[in-house]
Design a protein around this ligand. Structure first.
Ligand SMILES: Cc1cc2nc3c(=O)[nH]c(=O)nc-3n(C[C@H](O)[C@H](O)[C@H](O)COP(=O)(O)OP(=O)(O)OC[C@H]3O[C@@H](n4cnc5c(N)ncnc54)[C@H](O)[C@@H]3O)c2cc1C
Ligand SMILES: NC(=O)c1ccc[n+]([C@@H]2O[C@H](COP(=O)([O-])OP(=O)(O)OC[C@H]3O[C@@H](n4cnc5c(N)ncnc54)[C@H](O)[C@@H]3O)[C@@H](O)[C@H]2O)c1
Length: 486
């Protein structure tokens, strides 16, 4: 039976681990799907390439406030789609080819792999092998809810008009109508993309708002601003779907989560897009065979990314990214991959799996994890929500600075954007920041930096220049509006 020094399951962030420092090891890499994983192929990167296109289309369609006459003349979907995947697909193929053919010490198994014992594995086609050390980087997949009338096994299969992010970006033609189920990140981003490109989009949200995990000000104001550009039915769910050659007929009903919400009439739609959350790929991995702990549906890890078995680190087994992380974000998966890489090297240097002392291991940093939603409008956040800060009992100060009250906001004719900053009243440390509006994902960065390095809010405001009249003046003014105890 073939034996490896290291097995990596999943080529999203897991693929970044093996560099020249692993040349002296026999490495196996398993990938059941597309090389490069979710972010490259069906997640962050293609979606943001579509979002930029959608931003251009929306700006062209809606410029009257600036005294110019532009219009959106229509979308050439094959050109839009092929620009995106013409760049991405060669990267997938190149990564696969490099690992498969150009690295003598690496064996690629292009198929599903699972544990058969603590250090033994089998592939879907029956090849068995063993490995001393393992990295679980198997990610997550779209959660497909049971919806009456929708055949969950046929979702994302050719010709079936019910899709997830895995297939919706590769449609052969733009549909005339699309119904999106969900009110989170993915629903918010795809609703913007497809409606800006001319699709008649309806968003079904079972709760009373979108982005409900965000700070309450964001939830409330994003739901309002998003609803101004998109048809949104809150408190609504699918009672029955009928899939036919003409599309999908949806009978709707109140979800019961929003008092007195009106139930919309039945709708007929060309395509249903499910955007109802993601689940870690823990099933089918044979985790029981290795005694691996699962907590809250995720592989349990300690703060050195060591996988736990009965609460103790399993020697030589690490996990990273969506399969084990509380944050389903690529920058977090990448950070955790760097921790795993460092700790694997320490473990290898120590001579036996699990031999490295804790003091030789690097520690994951999940403080001040930022995120952005690339929708219309854009949202960005870092740190705690105001509700969480209040619940912690901290004495805090909060300031909401409207984009409309800074000069660049006038240039943008912005009426909805804002920067909200929450800080500790006595230490002056920033506890959370929540932004909505143009370039929110960019102008949040100095706040992320301040939180990461512990820069007090008043020093951040006053001890640097802020370019006038650029949009970060909204951040500056929010900082200046915080009130501290002296
Ligand atoms: C539509 C969408 C948009 C997103 N946009 C953003 C964004 O803008 N910014 C951001 O930070 N995050 C974004 N994310 C989240 C981000 O994509 C993920 O957090 C990140 O890709 C997770 O990386 P990973 O390495 O943990 O897993 P993945 O990239 O999912 O890689 C796991 C790989 O493991 C393979 N695999 C699974 N099980 C097995 C097995 N048993 N054997 C062999 N192979 C297996 C899978 O095929 C997959 O390729 C987005 C996600 C989606 C779905
Ligand atoms: N820009 C980004 O960073 C980005 C973009 C996309 C996705 N992501 C990551 O991927 C994760 C998954 O995104 P998502 O939008 O699928 O999840 P989400 O958790 O953000 O939102 C899921 C939505 O689906 C709803 N929902 C869940 N089950 C449902 C059901 N049975 N019926 C109807 N509605 C249901 C929820 O109420 C919620 O509104 C995000 O949490 C995020 O971490 C990040």
């Amino acid at each position: 039976m073939t034996h490896y020094d290291l097995l990596i399951i999943g080529t999203g962030s897991g693929n970044s681990i093996v560099d020249e420092r692993f040349d002296c090891l026999r490495v196996a890499i398993a990938e059941a799907g597309l090389f490069g994983g979710t972010c490259l192929n069906v997640g962050c990167i293609p979606t943001k390439m579509f979002v930029h296109t959608a931003d251009l289309a929306a700006a062209a369609a809606d410029s009257s406030a600036f005294g110019i006459r532009t219009s959106f003349g229509g979308a050439d979907w094959p050109a839009i789609r092929d620009r995106v995947f013409g760049r991405i697909d060669p990267i997938e193929a190149g990564g696969r080819e490099y690992r498969t053919n150009r690295q003598p010490n690496v064996t690629v198994y292009p198929e599903h792999v699972r544990f058969t014992g603590p250090k033994s594995f089998t592939t879907a086609s029956g090849t068995e092998f063993t490995a001393d050390r393992v990295v679980l980087a198997a990610g997550s997949r779209a959660q497909i809810p049971a919806l009456p009338g929708i055949d969950t096994d046929r979702v994302d299969t050719p010709g079936y008009p019910v899709m997830t992010n895995d297939t919706v970006m590769r449609m052969s033609a733009l549909p005339e109508t699309m119904t999106i189920v969900g009110g989170g990140f993915i629903a918010a981003e795809f609703a913007h993309v497809f409606s800006a490109l001319g699709v008649d989009v309806t968003v079904l949200v079972r709760g009373e708002g979108l982005l409900t995990a965000a700070d309450a000000t964001v939830t409330e104001r994003f739901t309002r601003a998003f609803s101004a550009h998109h048809r949104v039915h809150l408190g609504t769910q699918i009672r029955q779907a009928e899939v036919s050659a003409d599309g999908v007929r949806l009978q709707l009903e109140a979800s019961g989560r929003v008092p007195d919400s009106p139930v919309p009439d039945d709708i007929t739609t060309d395509v249903v897009l499910l955007a109802t959350g993601r689940v870690p790929n823990i099933d089918g991995l044979g985790l029981d065979a290795a005694g691996i702990d699962v907590v809250a549906g995720r592989v349990a890890v300690d703060d050195h990314q060591r996988v736990l078995s009965d609460g103790a680190p399993l020697p030589g087994v690490f996990a990273l990214g969506d399969i084990s992380s509380p944050h389903l974000l690529k920058h977090v998966a990448n950070h955790e991959a760097r921790i795993v890489q460092a700790n694997l090297l320490a473990d290898i240097a120590a001579g036996a799996p699990g031999a490295a002392p804790d003091s030789a291991l690097e520690t994951t940093n999940h403080r001040a994890v930022p995120a952005a939603v690339f929708s219309r409008p854009q949202v960005a956040s870092v740190g705690a929500t105001e509700d969480a800060v209040r619940a912690s009992g901290a004495e805090y100060t909060v300031k909401i600075q409207e984009y409309a009250d800074v000069a660049y906001g006038w240039a943008l004719e912005d009426t909805t954007g804002f920067v909200k900053i929450i800080a500790d009243r006595s230490t002056r440390q920033i506890l959370g920041a929540h932004l909505m509006g143009d370039e929110a994902s960019m102008i949040v960065q100095p706040l992320i930096q301040a939180m990461a390095f512990g820069l007090p809010a008043d020093r951040m405001a006053r001890e640097q220049y802020w370019i006038h009249p650029a949009l970060p003046e909204a951040v500056e003014n929010a900082l200046l509006g915080l009130e501290f105890t002296d």
